[in-house]
Design a protein around this ligand. Structure first.
Ligand code: NIG
Ligand code: FE
Length: 417
């Protein structure tokens, strides 16, 4: 069968597919990094069927039906995998931005009934079709940035009905446009007003009443382990029960304090531990010894005016598998620009450009348990690809805040608009 799509004239084809296929890229040497120069990628339907240097192209596979995309000597790479977002919410928190600029901290605003709780009020009041329309608009913006797979957390309902609605909206949004959406249940975001002062009772309620309804609907269960949210002991108990019910585990931990949530979750076999700004070296060594991916979110400390960023360089040297994400949400990161996150990871966390690119592709795919299908370019993998407007990958983190994407291909289909 002829190729349905051929991308030719790729100046640099970043495959990220040279390393061991059964684990994320780790360590400072990034053995899996491969750049093919003057290369092509060929797809049939939604899969990659051939790639290599242009001399290896089998012209016999090109027919009148083959769509040919000329990469004009520029960079071609895997679609971005956005492995940590809070996609579905109503309203915004622009009013709190002022308070933050005047020096109020994230946890102070939350303790005063604002922050996450203010978005919960707006989200509970929104109709399902309104939430869906908002999510679809955000997904369109993400797609224009080259995101081809995106994780979407619930967490602004904090009651059974609204939390289930948020998961439903994420799934529905995934069906109505091309970006693949992976729903995560974050009912344990903070303690809702109805359970004020009774975090363990709220987690019992979620375990008893909500998790059983989510089998097959959400892939992962997440919890915010932090002062003012859930303790390590409560988080452990909740995650263990979620695991028994068959969910993969994620955790928001060490964002604002070093409580030990990352080490606990990695020990339970969590697929990822997210934030890690306050992760200490001993606990990081524990994480490095597991398959758990550390998802670092560099735009969050930037937006919260926090001096401390996750120790990315140190984590990489210690052999922790690291991914990067925006954490898109109305409170700590109202940005969908994953390219900016990648630049800030280089500037403030000590990533090299290669490490940062691996962190938003293959390692982010590992953080969603999807690496066998996406995150790198290899025969048999899904045809999620980007043609960029830069000629050298080193320009990617350099053009600060720009969107380098010229073409987005999802499942072998060139996207328009
Ligand atoms: O990942 N830290 C907890 N949750 C989100 C922020 C949610 C919000 O402020 O609305 C985060 O930063
Ligand atoms: Fe988050």
């Amino acid at each position: 069968m002829a190729y349905s799509l051929l991308i030719r004239n790729c100046g640099q084809l970043l495959t990220l597919a040279g390393g061991p296929t059964d684990q994320p890229l780790r360590g400072p040497h990034l053995a899996g990094w491969r750049i093919l120069e003057n290369a092509f990628v060929a797809c049939q339907d939604d899969k990659i069927v051939a790639l290599g240097s242009i001399a290896e192209l089998d012209e016999a596979q090109i027919s009148a039906e083959t769509k040919v995309l000329d990469a004009a000597g520029k960079v071609v790479m895997p679609g971005l995998v956005e492995c940590h977002t809070h996609l579905v919410f109503a309203g915004n928190r622009a009013h709190e931005f002022q308070r933050k600029l005047q020096g109020e901290s994230y946890l102070d605003i939350l303790a005063s009934g604002g922050g996450i709780l203010s978005t919960v009020r707006a989200t509970r009041a929104a109709a399902e079709d309104e939430l869906l329309a908002i999510a679809l608009r955000h997904l369109r913006d993400f797609r224009r940035y080259g995101i081809t797979t995106l994780e979407a957390k619930s967490g602004y309902g904090l009651d059974k009905e609204t939390e289930l609605r948020l998961v439903r909206v994420a799934r529905q949004a995934g069906r109505q446009q091309p970006v693949r959406v992976v729903p995560t249940f974050l009912g344990a975001h903070v303690v809702p007003p109805e359970y004020k002062g009774r975090p363990a009772d709220y987690l019992d309620f979620l375990t008893r009443e909500v998790l059983p309804e989510l089998a097959g609907e959400a892939d992962f269960v997440d919890i915010f382990c932090e002062e003012g949210a859930f303790s390590v002991a409560d988080s452990r108990r909740y995650l263990q029960r979620a695991q028994q019910l068959g969910f993969g585990l994620k955790i928001h931990a060490e964002q604002l304090h070093d409580l030990g949530g990352c080490a606990m979750a990695a020990e339970l076999g969590a697929i990822s531990v997210d934030h890690c700004d306050y992760l200490n070296a001993a606990d990081a060594a524990g994480v490095a010894a597991t398959p758990t991916v550390a998802v670092l979110l560099p735009l969050v400390p930037l937006f919260l005016r926090q001096e401390k960023y996750a120790p990315g360089r140190q984590l990489i040297e210690q052999g922790v598998a690291v991914a990067l994400s925006t954490d898109f949400n109305p409170g700590s990161c109202p940005s969908k620009n994953l390219w900016l996150a990648l630049s800030v990871a280089c500037l403030k966390m000590g990533f090299t450009p290669k490490e940062a690119i691996a962190a938003v592709t293959l390692n982010a795919a590992w953080a969603l348990n999807l690496a066998p299908e996406i995150g790198s370019l290899a025969v048999g993998k899904r045809a999620d690809l980007l043609v960029l407007d830069v000629a050298d990958y080193q320009e990617i983190p350099y053009w600060l805040g720009e969107n380098p994407v010229r073409n987005v291909v999802i499942g072998g289909q060139v996207q328009h608009g």
